[in-house]
Design a protein around this ligand. Structure first.
Ligand SMILES: [Zn+2]
Ligand SMILES: [Zn+2]
Length: 147
């Protein structure tokens, strides 16, 4: 995983380049997204910054996430029947592991998977612009609780 501190600096630079105001609340949102612990939803980002910024609204968090999404600085993961989840640490398409029980999402670091988009382009002649590669299952924590 790219260093969250470095990624945070990058996000700040991107926003400044586009003359976006960097309020303390917005900075707090960036911090959560740069670390992207567990790929939070907008609601989860809001819950995490609320203790420090009780005056912040969910709409404010939503606006910042939307702005970053439009800038391609955050990866949005949509799921049927659930909130969208976000990865601001790695804003480009990459494989994920999804727990269907607790909703945990983690990055899947398997070297063999990284070559797939290139292989697909080679085999089909498509210019691949994006991809979604998710593995669904029950995480070890949920397995332990179910046992
Ligand atoms: Zn789980
Ligand atoms: Zn991810």
């Amino acid at each position: 995983m790219p260093d969250p501190e470095t990624r945070l600096e990058e996000l700040i630079t991107r926003l400044r380049e586009r003359d976006h105001r960097l309020t303390p609340q917005r900075l707090a949102v960036l911090k959560v997204l740069a670390a992207s612990d567990g790929h939070p939803s907008v609601e989860q980002v809001y819950e995490r910054i609320k203790p420090d910024f009780p005056m912040t609204s969910l709409a404010t968090v939503y606006k910042t996430v939307t702005l970053l999404k439009e800038m391609d600085e955050v990866l949005e993961l949509g799921f049927n029947g659930g909130s969208n989840r976000y990865d601001g640490n790695k804003p480009y398409p990459h494989p994920h592991l999804v727990c269907t029980k607790c909703g945990a999402i983690e990055d899947l670091e398997v070297d063999a998977l990284n070559g797939i988009p290139r292989q697909v382009a080679q085999d089909t002649g498509y210019r691949i612009v994006s991809h979604r590669l998710n593995f669904f299952g029950i995480c070890p924590k949920c397995q332990a609780e179910g046992a």
